[in-house]
Design a binder for this molecule. Structure first.
Ligand code: ADP
Ligand code: UVW
Ligand code: MG
Length: 378
């Protein structure tokens, strides 16, 4: 098997690639947006997938890999999809109401359109199955937590699995059980993970992808009493709270812009809310870097990845400034380099490394799809 069709289905978009799992060569890639938006002509996920498959006419596909955000406790590794697995993913929808239903719609549409191929679900949560019990559990009534499946799961695991392996290679420490990494996946969604010996030990996203860092439109950590207060004293409904915290908070809520490129430009042009939003974002980031250095009992390398982590010189510089006591520093010339390659941005001879490692979630999904799929029979 070589060519994997990777599907990342969101509530209103499908991102896809067909790539060679050995070389990483991409044969086709694209995005269908505005699914279900009146007037877009793309009525539902089935119609969107038909558009994608029409674009792929003539491209060889050997297997299909689906990004599924939440695997719950049931799925701790990539899994070949059959009717049972599809039902179990459906049963997890209540844990991830924003993320899992579109993924499931993508599975249904793709299995109907390509029934002869093996389909594999690759879960964002799987890499975090190794977090410690102390990091996993919230300090709430244990009976309630067990009955309702409340615990920390963590997300962006496909990205962390990929970048932690590249980071170990870049550091010449593949397979070293002592290697301590703090990795920062900073995209629209953003999270931090403490990784030792290639295994996730702690991570900032929790039961859902709302906890932790400041994100494009999500609040990250807040006092858990805030939604209670807003409901009790200000009449917010559950739907309004969900919308507030997931879609109208973060950088967008603070400064009217969720895109980091635009936010940095506005801050540099003297926009005070933008400058403040950047301060809040960086403050939270530094909070987690320090926390995870403590959780790991040290740090060998800090790893930046995803859209902001790979591209924002300013965020990287400000995240690390003042952390010399952890051995961390950023070299300005190295930090200014733009490249698709993994690279050091810490000064020559620094004992603690700072790395930029471009992520490739599609390639990781393709590899895990091949690893999970049964060998071909003839
Ligand atoms: N040159 C850049 N400088 C600063 N931020 C950037 C740059 N390029 C991309 N980004 C930011 O990366 C974020 C998107 O990251 P990405 O990993 O693509 O997101 P996702 O996959 O979660 O949608 C946006 O906030 C975008 O502004
Ligand atoms: C799980 C999650 O937050 O994903 P994304 O960053 O793609 O929104
Ligand atoms: Mg992303």
């Amino acid at each position: 098997m070589r060519n994997v069709f990777v599907l990342n289905v969101g509530s209103s978009s499908i991102k896809y690639q067909v790539l060679d799992v050995d070389t990483g060569e991409v044969f086709a890639a694209g995005l269908v947006e505005r699914i279900g938006v009146p007037g877009s002509g793309v009525t539902d996920h089935e119609a969107a997938l038909a558009v994608v498959l029409a674009e792929l006419a003539g491209v060889r596909i050997d297997a299909v890999g689906h990004r599924i955000v939440h695997g719950g406790t049931r799925f701790v590794q990539a899994t070949v999809i059959d009717d049972d697995v599809e039902r179990e993913i459906e049963a997890l929808a209540d844990l991830a109401p924003l993320h899992n239903p579109p993924g499931l719609a993508g599975i249904r549409a793709a299995r109907a359109a390509l029934p002869e191929l093996t389909h594999v679900a690759v879960f964002d949560t799987a890499f975090h199955a190794t977090i410690t019990p102390a990091a996993r559990d919230y300090a709430i009534d244990a009976e309630v937590a067990a009955r309702t499946r409340i615990r920390r799961f963590g997300f962006h695991g496909t990205s962390y699995r990929y970048v932690s392996r590249i980071a170990a290679e870049t550091l010449g420490r593949v397979g070293d059980p002592e290697l301590k990494l703090v990795a920062l996946h900073l995209g629209n969604g953003a999270s931090a993970t403490a990784i030792q010996g290639g295994r996730s030990v702690d991570t900032s996203m929790g039961m859902t992808p709302l906890e932790g860092l400041v994100m494009g439109t999500r609040s990250g950590d807040i006092d858990p009493a805030i939604p209670l207060y807003l409901a009790r004293e200000h009449g917010f409904t559950i739907a309004q709270l969900d919308e507030l915290l997931n879609k109208r908070s973060g950088l967008l809520g603070l400064a009217g812009r969720s895109d980091m490129r635009e936010l940095v430009a506005a801050a540099e042009a003297g926009d005070l809310p933008a400058a403040h939003a950047l301060d809040v974002y960086v403050h939270r980031l530094r909070h987690y870097i320090g926390a995870y250095a403590a959780v790991l009992g040290g740090i060998d390398a800090l790893v930046f990845t995803a859209g902001v982590g790979e591209n924002s010189e300013v965020v990287r510089r400000r995240a690390v400034a003042g952390l010399e006591f952890l051995g961390l520093a950023v070299d300005p010339a190295r930090n200014a380099v733009r490249s698709p390659e993994p690279r050091f941005i810490s000064p020559e001879g620094c004992t603690t490394a700072v790395l930029v490692v471009p992520t490739n979630e599609e390639l990781e999904i393709a590899r895990e799809t091949r690893a999970a799929a049964p060998p071909p029979t003839r």
